[in-house]
Design a protein around this ligand. Sequence first.
Ligand SMILES: [Zn+2]
Length: 102
Amino acid sequence: MAERTILVCDICGRPAVQTVGLKVGRRNLQKDYCEIHLQELTAGARAPRPGRRKGVVVAASPAKRRGRPRKQVEAAPKRRGRPRKTKTAGGSRSGSSGSGPT
Ligand SMILES: [Zn+2]
């Protein structure tokens, strides 16, 4: 029995070209998409903001790892925003007293 499992698109049933990992709530799901539906999917998608990485993106096939694992670089504590300027509200008037109306 030499059966080969082929991935098919979860939507239309055509041969899938890619498995997409989804994060729904706390669950990690995977769906297979054909080219058409992959395009449809990515058409409305956006890339997450660079920099902050909350979760780990699950690769399509975790068994296969390409290249060397990425070394985790210790991120230097980045300052957020700009330092607050201290503004002297009101202020003290100096040298107001002295000569009155003569
Ligand atoms: Zn499809």
